[in-house]
Write a protein that binds this ligand. Structure first.
Ligand code: NDP
Length: 317
């Protein structure tokens, strides 16, 4: 398995298991099956509402001898309702308690968006605080404290555009080491990839298969499908792989981590086996130039009427 190197010599396995929309009653087994099959990287977040079960899957897999804790890479994220400096550590401690872990390998600020105190799910645009009211620099001090106490081995961000990553790298005591963003051939984010690389910040590709129920067919009528795109299917056939594996290996060959979600044992194994798919440089080039642009997680949840956030703030374009 390819890994992403960190400056302290830690190595993050390139392919991990996503857990968003993995339902209670399914996710414990999914995590267990994944670790048993050889995954060593699990991506979590408290807002997915399933960290306790994810933790049960991890504990059982460790107890049954499928992996040791130190061989696993567990990422979680700080939700938007805990951006005040003194709210960061308690949020992380809750996540650790739910996961049944003593430390995280990576802790990320989930979104550059802050909610008013006590608001987990904003009901209206009124429930937000602007970044002038609650700056990222304040939240980052809490993240640095988490790293300083050894509760998170590495810290980073998610859904940050390049300007924001740069600002944080320049203005922080401990710079971010990861930016987790939507990345796939419809949204290759080449500039962000190159810019972050220069800053020493890795990228993790989320929604690599086109996200959630959409990937299994329940997509909005006008939404494009990555898994059934002609080029993806042709390359899959040529290389003896599945469309999902082609998309995963494309991300790995670009030097990013990638976290496909599945609760299906066959697809969990299929996605890990993408590590063995031999994509040729010309395949990667063709996928890079697919010529269709689409963001599945478009950010409109944060920009509804009355919110201080705009799509331009969010994506920097
Ligand atoms: P993905 O792009 O990973 O797609 C998941 C969907 O694809 C599910 O419906 C899954 O169904 C299906 N699927 C999985 N494997 C295959 C396969 N080989 N062939 C066909 N279909 C397949 O979507 P996500 O949006 O979940 O993204 C992945 C992870 O990224 C999340 O789970 C989460 O951990 C993270 N994420 C982070 C975000 C952030 O803001 N930081 C935002 C969005 C995601 P099934 O389970 O039935 O196999």
């Amino acid at each position: 398995m390819k890994t992403l190197p960190f400056t302290n010599q830690d190595q993050m396995p390139a392919i991990g298991l996503g857990t968003w929309k993995s339902k209670p009653g399914e996710v414990r087994d999914a995590v267990y099956t994944a670790i048993e099959a050889g995954y060593r990287h699990i991506d979590c977040a408290p807002i997915y509402g399933n960290e306790k079960e994810v933790g049960e899957g991890i504990s059982k897999a460790i107890a049954d001898g499928h992996a040791k804790r130190e061989e696993l890479w567990v990422t979680s994220k700080l939700w938007n309702s805990a951006h005040r400096r003194n709210a960061v550590l308690p949020a992380l401690q809750q996540t650790l308690a739910d996961l049944g872990l003593e430390y995280l390998d990576l802790y990320l600020i989930h979104w550059p968006v802050a909610h008013k105190d006590g608001v987990v799910n904003p009901a209206s645009g009124n429930d937000f605080l602007s970044l002038e009211q609650l700056p990222i620099s304040e939240t980052w001090e809490g993240m640095e404290e988490a790293a300083g106490q050894g509760l998170a081995r590495h810290i980073g961000v998610s859904n940050f555009h390049l300007g924001r990553v740069q600002e944080l790298v320049n203005g922080s005591r401990i710079p971010p080491e990861m930016n987790q963003v939507e990345l796939h051939p419809f949204l290759p984010q080449q500039q962000l990839l190159e810019g972050c690389r220069k800053l020493g910040v890795h990228l993790t590709a989320y929604s690599p298969l086109g996200s959630g129920d959409r990937a299994t067919g329940m997509k909005a009528a006008d939404e494009p499908s990555l898994l059934s795109h002609t080029l993806v299917k042709e390359i899959a056939e040529m290389r003896g792989a599945t469309p999902g594996q082609v998309l995963i290996q494309w991300a790995v060959q670009r030097g990013t981590a990638v976290i496909p979600k599945s609760v299906n044992p066959g697809r969990i194994r299929e996605n890990l086996a993408a590590a063995q798919v031999g994509l040729q440089p010309e395949d990667v080039k063709l996928l890079d130039q697919i010529g269709q642009a689409y963001r599945f997680i478009d950010g409109t949840f944060w920009t509804r009427e009355g919110s201080p956030y705009t799509l331009k703030d969010l994506w920097g374009e």
